[in-house]
Write a protein of this length. Structure first.
Length: 412
């Protein structure tokens, strides 16, 4: 039987592996790190003495590929039900709060109700979102949207930064349009947040590995693929840190590694070369901060605050401007935002924290980088690419990573 060799055990690689197994193939996954999951995983943090997610990722009910993947690996019971399509916000400079609550249908009747929309906005303001669909190949978010009104500052800008991880002045409008079309413009039924009950690994990674092993496939950690053996336009084997792997005549390979690793294995392949950081700060509280959920912040350093039992996590996207600051300063500045968001007394001292810096969290979603995103197929007949940085039509998101893995498996 032919085998599909998958290099990279992040979400793109695991998605490809699951899709290949579903199609009846034998799969071997090679992961260079000590654990699978890449930028979407959980681990035990010794400083906090508890298990945390390395970052925060918001899954929405409109992320159909992600939910199909979760169903395929039998992980739907690991998800926590949410309270519907509700997105709470707070302006930390004024203390003002509001909640965006899209209605369930595709027709946005909800914008007629002031209690469901951004304060101080008019119904006609929301028509500006449709301008994204007319964006040219180089148009930025800031160019296509009116950045002078409250709708932009209190909803569209935070959404753009979170989805594209790139400042709106440089971020491609058509990538934001793809996200908005599948969520906000699809109606509230596509905007319901979905939370892992325990952690990212417990919902997205561990069940996938268990699925592979139940079906006779495997994942090898601590196995760096250093080179590809080739004969003509085919890959014939792998050079790894634990030994060479020879391919059978019908074996195939999916390269699901970050762009800089992929470029080392395929030097002639154009890949993105500019990246944006994401900062995550995890605080360990001694008290229960309230129900599990999240809140978006305006006017502070923190952009999103996620409450997970007694761990409160802060996310800052498009964080190149902050990534070189000392961890202590990042924690102190975001702790004051957490206090405001969760009504924690200012007299409470900052608790134990962990700052996680992902310097190359995603490719920069700009007009110069978008043409460098390669297609799934390559010039090598038995090699396909996967990764949220490939030409998925989406920005670098969980949904994009999982779609890329499915596309790579289908291509082979």
């Amino acid at each position: 039987m032919s085998k599909i060799h998958i290099i990279g055990g992040g979400l793109a690689g695991l998605s490809a592996a699951v899709a290949a197994v579903q199609a009846g193939h034998s799969v071997q996954v090679y992961e260079a790190g000590p654990a699978a999951g890449g930028r979407c995983r959980s681990y035990f943090d010794r400083e906090l003495d508890c298990r945390i997610d390395n970052g925060n990722h918001l899954i929405l009910s409109g992320n159909h590929a992600t939910l199909a993947y979760i169903d395929a690996i039998g992980a739907r019971p690991t998800l926590r039900p949410s309270g519907g399509a509700r997105f709470p916000f707070m302006d930390v400079t004024t203390g003002a709060t509001w909640t965006i609550a899209p209605g369930p249908g595709r027709i946005p009747w909800w914008v007629m109700q002031p209690s469901r929309r951004v304060p101080d906005t008019k119904v006609t303001d929301y028509l500006s979102v449709l301008a994204l669909r007319k964006a040219g190949v180089q148009a930025t978010v800031a160019e296509m949207l009116d950045d002078r009104g409250p709708l932009y500052a209190r909803l569209l800008e935070p959404l753009a930064v979170a989805a594209l991880n790139t400042p709106p002045s440089a971020a491609l409008a058509r990538l934001l349009s793809a996200v908005v079309d599948e969520t906000l413009l699809a109606g509230g039924h596509a905007c319901v947040p979905v939370f892992p009950r325990d952690g990212l690994s417990e919902s997205l990674i561990d069940p996938a590995i268990a699925f592979l092993r139940r079906h006779g496939s495997d994942l090898q950690t601590g196995c760096l693929v250093a080179n590809l053996h080739r004969d003509g336009n085919r890959v014939t084997g792998l050079v790894t840190t634990i030994g060479d792997v020879a391919f059978g005549p019908a074996d195939q390979v999916i390269l699901a590694t970050p762009p800089w690793i992929t470029a080392g294995l395929l030097p002639d392949l154009p890949v993105p070369t500019e990246f944006q950081a994401i900062l995550n700060v995890h605080f360990l509280l001694r008290h229960d901060p309230g129900p599990v959920g999240f809140i978006g912040l305006i006017g502070g350093m923190a952009e999103w605050v996620f409450v997970k039992s007694n761990v409160v996590s802060v996310t800052i996207s498009a964080a190149n401007r902050y990534v070189d600051l000392p961890a202590s300063e990042i924690a102190a500045r975001t702790w004051s935002n957490v206090q405001a968001a969760l009504n924690i007394p200012t007299t409470m001292p900052m608790p134990k924290y962990r700052v996680v810096k992902e310097r190359r969290a995603t490719f920069a979603a700009t007009a110069t980088q978008e043409p460098l995103r390669p297609a799934t197929r390559t010039t090598l007949a038995n090699l396909a690419l996967a990764g949220d940085w490939t030409a998925t039509g989406l920005p670098a998101t969980i949904e994009g990573a999982i779609r890329s893995g499915r596309a790579a498996a289908a291509a082979l």
